[in-house]
Design a protein around this ligand. Structure first.
Ligand code: MN
Length: 191
């Protein structure tokens, strides 16, 4: 199938100052567009030509995996953000977080630490394993929980392109701010 840039449910300047319009234009408009374009070019004429994105991420490797992973990861990332976000999750997701970490603040602390300490480029994930239990994962490069038979729930992008324009080297400050624009209704829907 031909993949397209996902439509953002907010304006390019709507997440400022936490994520600036310039960063959205670069990160979404240039970086993600390049991954989508590369993926379409790479799968043409291969067994993945008619596959959906999740299948490609699960079954590919090399350049196809890198571009499919980055297309899926960024889609999950950008669609979970909202200028009206923040607060805490509700319902079954909140129950699962409390069961595993005791309370939301403890989960948030552990997730932020994973994102801050991930060496190099990659993604911090909250994922659901085969037993329905939540796990925090640190994945390098284009890594996605689907390759470990887990369901991706929440993700923070810690590639430098995600924050360097707005925060320079201050990754921890960027991570702390991102919580204020998480749309928990979208995240709860993935659980
Ligand atoms: Mn990115």
């Amino acid at each position: 199938m031909i993949f397209e840039l996902p439509k953002l449910p907010y304006a390019a300047d709507a997440l400022a100052p936490i994520i600036s319009e310039q960063t959205i234009n670069l990160h979404y408009g240039k970086h993600l567009q390049t991954y989508v374009t590369n993926l379409n070019n790479l799968i043409a004429g291969t067994k993945f030509e008619n596959a959906d994105l999740e299948t490609i991420v699960r079954e590919s490797d090399g350049a196809i995996f890198n571009n499919a992973g980055q297309t899926l990861n960024h889609t999950l990332y950008f669609l979970q953000l909202s200028p009206n976000g923040g607060g805490v999750p509700k319902g079954a997701l909140a129950d699962a977080i409390n069961k595993k970490w005791g309370n939301f603040d403890e989960f948030k602390k552990e997730f932020s630490a994973a994102a801050v300490t991930l060496f190099g480029s990659g993604w911090a994930w909250l994922a659901k394993d085969a037993n329905g239990e939540l796990q925090i994962l640190k994945e390098s490069n284009a890594g996605n929980p689907l390759t470990k038979a887990m369901t991706p729930i929440l993700t923070f992008d810690v590639w430098e392109h995600a924050y360097y324009v707005d925060y320079q080297n201050r990754r921890a400050e960027h991570i702390e701010k991102i919580w204020e624009i998480i749309d928990w209704e979208i995240v709860e829907g993935r659980f």
